[in-house]
Design a protein around this ligand. Structure first.
Ligand code: C5P
Length: 220
């Protein structure tokens, strides 16, 4: 088929992952969750006892990271050195430390290289989701989207995702703190030139997926 890279960026709790996955399924495209790569690297660093403030060590860990990741929107798995970490990388200890890893520029360079390699391997037919996909990883993607949502909507969604076990204050602390740390190296709060903003605050899941598919079909 024709090249069709759909780049989706957005803050945490914007619904990026589930929406991107559903769009990939509908469009019969491969799917890459780049956040899972930063999470897998964080898991690996913690497992190895690597000091996250040691940029050279984190960069080195990124280069040797033995990562296997599903690129099918129907079967999510992430493995590091043969260990299934699909669930472990969603734990709070990872969410709390992932920004430290993701703001290490040498580590980003390596993961960005791997992301571009994946896009190429899938012959440019892929939905790629993260924070810097529209701007850095795939600035020439056929479709570039910034998925946003109000702070209120994002906190509500993340709360539901975590099973309603966290207080409002805990959620705000976790979600907003991480976005703040991440935004020191990647800008996912404002759309770059040529990037379409889709605000999902008042849309449900199905409506958001349909809006994404409409945007894709407009450029096809
Ligand atoms: O999307 P998710 O919340 O799983 O991403 C986890 C973390 O990975 C983000 O908080 C950010 O630190 C990092 N990340 C990034 N660039 C991307 C995707 C994720 O820095 N393209």
């Amino acid at each position: 088929g024709h090249p069709l890279v759909v780049a989706v960026d957005g803050p945490s709790g914007s619904g990026k992952s589930s929406v991107s996955k559903a769009a990939a399924r509908a469009l019969r495209l491969a799917y890459l969750d780049t956040g899972a790569m930063y999470r897998a690297l964080t898991w690996y660093c913690l497992d190895r006892g690597i000091d996250l403030k040691d940029a050279a060590a984190v960069e080195n860990a990124a280069e040797e990271l033995p990562l296997e990741q599903s690129t099918s929107p129907d079967a999510e798995f992430v493995k590091v050195g043969g260990v299934d970490v699909t669930e472990a990388i969603r734990e709070p200890r990872i969410s709390e430390n992932v920004s430290a890893v993701a703001t290490t520029l040498g580590a980003r360079t390596e993961l960005i290289r791997r992301q571009r390699e994946q896009i190429e391997k899938h012959r440019n037919r892929m939905v790629v989701e993260g924070r810097d996909i529209t701007t850095v990883v795939a600035p020439r993607a056929e479709v570039r989207l910034l998925l946003t949502a109000s702070e209120e909507a994002r906190l509500r969604r993340r709360g539901v995702q975590l099973g309603g076990t966290q207080s409002k204050e805990q959620l705000a602390q976790q979600v907003l703190e991480r976005d703040k740390k991440d935004s020191t190296v990647v800008n996912f709060t404002r759309a770059a030139d040529g990037v379409v903003t889709l605000d999902s605050s008042d849309l449900d899941f199905r409506q958001t997926v349909d809006a994404v598919l409409d945007i894709v079909h407009r450029v096809l």
